[in-house]
Write a protein of this length. Structure first.
Length: 110
């Protein structure tokens, strides 16, 4: 399940406020040109995964749900402003490693 650090939660609340979005709106992570984008929505889309957080609801678009599963979203300063960063947690890294099973070598016959 996706996790947010306290810094990420604080940053999302601040961005929501700066954009003038209603305080009840949730943060929605979507796919945008092959990257993860952020919007705010009053309600999740029917296919969104919902992550309950104390101070802000998190909605994850279905097309990126697997990408964000077992990840941690954090916030850190970058070039003078705060930015969100995505980190895979240890459990997710192990699961990916298990999926990457080496295929047996094949020999070509002449």
């Amino acid at each position: 399940m996706l996790q947010l650090t306290p810094k990420a939660t604080e940053h999302l609340i601040q961005v929501r406020s700066e954009r003038g979005v209603d305080k009840k709106a949730g943060a929605r992570f979507v796919s945008r040109n092959g990257r993860i984008g952020l919007t705010f929505a009053a309600k999740p889309a029917k296919s969104d995964r919902v992550v309950e957080a104390e101070e802000i609801q998190i909605y994850i678009a279905s097309e990126i749900a697997e990408t964000l599963d077992q990840s941690i979203i954090d916030a850190r300063p970058e070039e003078g402003k705060m930015t969100l960063v995505l980190r895979r947690n240890a459990a997710a890294k192990k699961a990916v490693a298990r999926k990457a099973v080496a295929k047996p070598a094949t020999t070509a016959r002449k």
